[in-house]
Design a protein around this ligand. Structure first.
Ligand code: ATP
Ligand code: MG
Length: 219
């Protein structure tokens, strides 16, 4: 998969609003299963597909939460490249910058099943595929068959190099966690403890009242 002497770095990109155990387990599985040298956590600056976010944390808060979540793991590294750039952040442009700074590194972009399914709607998938391999994980019980079919399609269309991760299906999403916060439900065990405390102290995700169809906790 790669040449001798080159660094193998995983990239865990996301909005991380907030970062949760699903992201962390995914990154750790990728690190172990593909013998990576480290994982960059790359919080997206202003992701084009989430422009209308109104109930989220600020960029600084998302950055702080990622920092708290990964501290203590020596092979997890914060990469704030996208936050340093004005305007919308695009993965292809970030990869171009990383690759020009580190030409001797092979990058592995870690991606959940939902993102793999919508990958062809991302800006310049061809450039992304040129600069990195994709490590894909199941999510929401998505059938492996569908993932393999999508992987084949992306490989024909963009020359994507896609490898699969063997991960448990972790049924956690940031959207669900924001919903729990609005309803004063605990995030204990869904996010690392320092992240839970930070969210609580700052009152993040409580700024917007619970939506009528918010079902968390109404069991
Ligand atoms: P939101 O609900 O706000 O979209 P999210 O939980 O999907 O948040 P993101 O920051 O959007 O988190 O996700 C970043 C990446 O991590 C994406 O590739 C996504 O598919 C993947 N991911 C997030 N949560 C999981 C999970 N529980 N299992 C597998 N992949 C996940
Ligand atoms: Mg998402």
């Amino acid at each position: 998969m790669t040449q001798e002497g080159r660094l193998r770095i995983g990239i865990m990109g996301g909005t991380f609003d907030p970062i949760h155990m699903g992201h962390l387990i995914l990154a750790e599985c990728a690190y172990e299963q593909y013998h990576l040298d480290g994982i960059l956590f790359l919080p997206s600056g202003n992701p084009p597909h989430k422009r209308e976010r109104t109930d989220g944390a600020s960029d600084e808060e998302r950055l702080a939460m990622v920092s708290l979540a990964i501290s203590g793991n020596p092979h997890f590294i914060l990469e704030n490249d996208e936050m340093e750039h004005e305007g919308y952040s695009y993965t292809y442009a970030t990869l171009e910058r990383l690759k020009s700074r580190h030409p001797d590194t092979d990058y592995y972009f870690i991606i959940g099943a939902d993102s793999l399914q919508s990958f062809d709607t991302w800006r310049r998938p061809d450039i992304i595929c040129k600069y990195c391999s994709l490590l894909a994980a199941v999510r929401d019980e998505s059938p492996m068959e569908d993932l393999r079919r999508q992987a084949e399609k992306l490989s024909d269309q963009f020359g994507a190099k896609i490898f699969f991760l063997d991960t448990p299906n972790i049924d956690i999403s940031s959207t669900d966690l924001r919903g729990r916060c609005r309803l004063n439900l605990s995030l204990r065990y869904y996010v690392p403890e320092p992240v839970r405390k930070y969210i609580e102290e700052k009152g993040i995700y409580k700024k917007v009242p619970a939506a009528k169809d918010d079902h968390y906790g109404k069991i």
